[in-house]
Write a protein that binds this ligand. Structure first.
Ligand code: PEP
Ligand code: MN
Length: 345
């Protein structure tokens, strides 16, 4: 249910509506936009409908939310959400440039890549410590040792970090080291995991499942938000199709499609979507042109030695050229790119 207040409500009127909602046993979600103040309420629609909310002073209209996702919907919060990690903002006109290796492999390679992506203008460092590999015989990630290296690299280069959590049993450990959590495509509908990350206060990047619709993605975001954590960033990373010359099929329309229905930021991952360094820059530029709130790109200083996803990694120079393009695009489109804090050493 959405309660739209009359224009320019007084603080007392807002407070009174909030208190009435709480008295009725619901949790109100206040959203104060430039022109409108709205209050979202989630709960048993019948109980809400039985209460004459419209009669409360200052209330203009009471509208049911028809979408199955509520907290994630645009109706609930008309203005875009801005999600922040260590001073880097994503959403609402701020582009996140997330880059790093697919997997954390050793200190030397991680620090080399982190330095390169940071110099190129990336503002968030990625690296997998727990890797969801198609084969159980492939490198599975360094686990806690990898998390320690990621934190050290983030501290050294002044960058917030993001890493994948695959299982609720890893969650406390990952939260101890990383600034943001990643839910991988294969886990987009691992509802127990979604609920657990929903109980943390870390920003969560939720990747679209490889056979998930945009609605499925938003329903999964709702799972996280329903537990109290509203810091969700969506990620388009391609879906399976009959095309076999690319790793997946990048669905560019998912970007404005999701943004039309939801206030949550959405970033694009052309690395996993295409699997091809020759296509990644064009698709990254296209994503930003389509309105993406950021990009997520795998970079490696020596792709032929990478333990995971080497063939799709951009070299630091290719990545730097791409970031230059993205910055110019951002300027034309009136968007900004936050810079990392100054170097720790
Ligand atoms: C990754 O980001 O390294 C990854 C495994 O991505 P996805 O879950 O999109 O396949
Ligand atoms: Mn990868």
């Amino acid at each position: 249910m959405i309660i739209v207040l009359k224009p320019q409500p007084t603080p007392d009127q807002i407070q009174h509506v909030l208190e009435r909602i709480e008295e009725l046993g619901f949790q109100p979600h206040l959203s104060q936009g430039v022109s409108r103040t709205i209050i979202g309420v989630i709960g048993d629609e019948r109980k809400l409908q039985a209460t004459p909310l419209q009669a409360i002073d200052g209330v203009e209209q009471v509208i049911p939310v028809l979408k199955p996702f509520k907290l994630a919907s645009r109706e609930f919060r008309p203005e875009p959400s801005v999600i922040e990690a260590k001073g880097i903002r994503i959403g609402g006109g701020h582009l996140g440039i997330i880059a790093g290796p697919c997997a954390i492999e050793c200190e030397e390679s991680l620090f080399g890549i982190a330095e390169a992506v940071r110099n190129a203008g990336a503002n968030i460092l990625r690296g997998g410590a727990f890797k969801p590999r198609t084969s159980p015989y492939s490198f599975q990630g360094m686990g806690e040792d990898g998390l320690k290296l990621l934190k050290a690299a983030g501290d050294r280069f002044g960058m917030p970090t993001i890493t994948e959590v695959m299982d609720p049993r890893q969650l406390d450990l990952v939260c101890d080291y990383a600034d943001m959590l990643q839910i991988g495509a294969r886990n987009m509908q691992n509802f127990d995991l979604l609920k657990e990350v929903g109980r943390t206060d870390k920003p969560v990047m939720l990747k679209r499942g490889m056979s998930a619709t945009v609605k499925d993605l938003l329903m999964s975001a709702e799972y996280i938000m329903s537990q109290g954590n509203h810091k969700v960033i969506l990620c388009e990373r391609g879906v399976r199709s009959f095309e076999d010359s690319t790793r997946n099929m990048m669905d560019l329309s998912a970007i404005p499609n999701a943004q039309g229905q939801s206030h949550l930021p959405i970033v694009a991952d052309p690395s996993h979507a295409t699997g091809r360094p020759d296509l990644i820059p064009a698709m990254a530029r296209a994503s930003v042109a389509a309105g993406a709130d950021g990009v997520h790109i795998e970079v490696h200083t020596c792709p032929e030695k990478a333990l995971s996803d080497g063939p799709q990694a951009l070299l630091p120079d290719q990545f730097a050229a791409l970031v230059d393009d993205l910055r110019r695009l951002a300027e034309v489109l009136g968007r900004t790119v936050d810079s990392c804090e100054s170097l720790a050493v």
